[in-house]
Design a protein around this ligand. Sequence first.
Ligand code: MN
Ligand code: MN
Length: 460
Amino acid sequence: MDEMRSKLFYEQKNGYDLIGTEERIAVEEYSRGYMEYLNISRTEREAVNNAIAIAMDRGFSEYRPGMALKPGMKIFSNNRGKALMLAVIGKKPLSEGAVIAGAHVDAPRLDLKQVTMYESDEMCYFKTHYYGGIKKYQWVTIPLELHGVVALKSGEVVEVSIGRDPEEPKFVITDLLPHLAQDQMKKTMAEGFTGEGLNILIGSTPYADEGKDRVKLAVMSMLYDMYGITEEDFLSAELTAVPAFDVCEIGLDRSLIGGYGHDDRVCAFAELKAIFDVNQPEKTCVCILADKEETGSDGVTGMQSAAFDCFMEDLCAAQGVELRRCYENSFCLSADVSNAYDPLYPEVSEKRSDSKINYGMGICKFTGSRGKAGTSDASAELVAYLRRIFADNGVVWQMAELGKVDQGGGGTIAKYMANRNIDTIDAGVPVLSMHAPFEVVAKFDCYMTYKGVLAAYQAK
Ligand code: MN
Ligand code: MN
């Protein structure tokens, strides 16, 4: 019976039962690199800038249209500082297709409004408009830091970063004390905090003179001294408040990583590391760091933008290949996080199909909700292809479905790639507390996602 069982049943194993000491060391080493990257990549702009810095260090150079492309060449194209495409040119022509991995580097956050600053009862605040899907109650009474750019009328762009350095001040949204919260506590979690209520406290000292808005004047004069900006300059700014937690190890065994923005910088880093490690690939490897996934992948820097098509068309043109030929023969891993099964909330999951912590890279055949609406649904043949290359390369992986049927749902960039006539499948790292200011992933799953992307890049 045992023999029959092991031959006929699909049985999953905890990843730590499947690797030896050598690979455990590799898991730790990989995780250290990721933690460093995540700690300094708090916005999509920073994630892109930091990726470019490492890429240039690893021999990548900026692509210019018309450039001759030889096999082995490593190039990148920076889309407005907020999205990035990298490629390693393969030995085979692009008419045989490319291997594409696409992750996003935007994450839920609190964007400052354009008319953002106000004073109320001698306290100064920023008004915000949240970005992406958040549970609002999670964003109050936590330290926040401020990142982004202020574009001046002159064309000059001023970079702002306050709070990442331990010496720098932080910001916060206050909440009511329990003693006076009896009415508030009767509200539902959805009603308890409103978007217009997420106002960030930024100062309390009045300007030493008489008149109105003295605290606001004092704060504004500080910003003027630091960055040379006036209140009107906020109109053309992209400033955002993000959680001020450092990335850290979680658990006595240090097996997990806690931090802000794992979704989806954890997959972005896996792709980056994989494309850096790729050596003389057969097919051209492409790595995408996309923006705007959390708001639907629209806009010039989102995955629906023609920026990607332009880049690929340029590469194809250099080889005299038609873009549509390239697309129809290409393969794309839409590298995005999945929900990890959480033993604290079993009621929303169907245990057999949800991804689990420490069980490896999560493969998501379909996304969507209400009968798979809005999914691109990868074909059985494509899943079989992945089974094959993962088995050949020691990649530990699992199936990942987003919760119980009709419990909810979600999407990724997969359908926008598939709509281009590119065979696409979702794959990525399982996350606990996804979209919270402090998310948790397992080191093992991070490492296996890197191995999975590398296996796809290096497939013959
Ligand atoms: Mn995501
Ligand atoms: Mn997300």
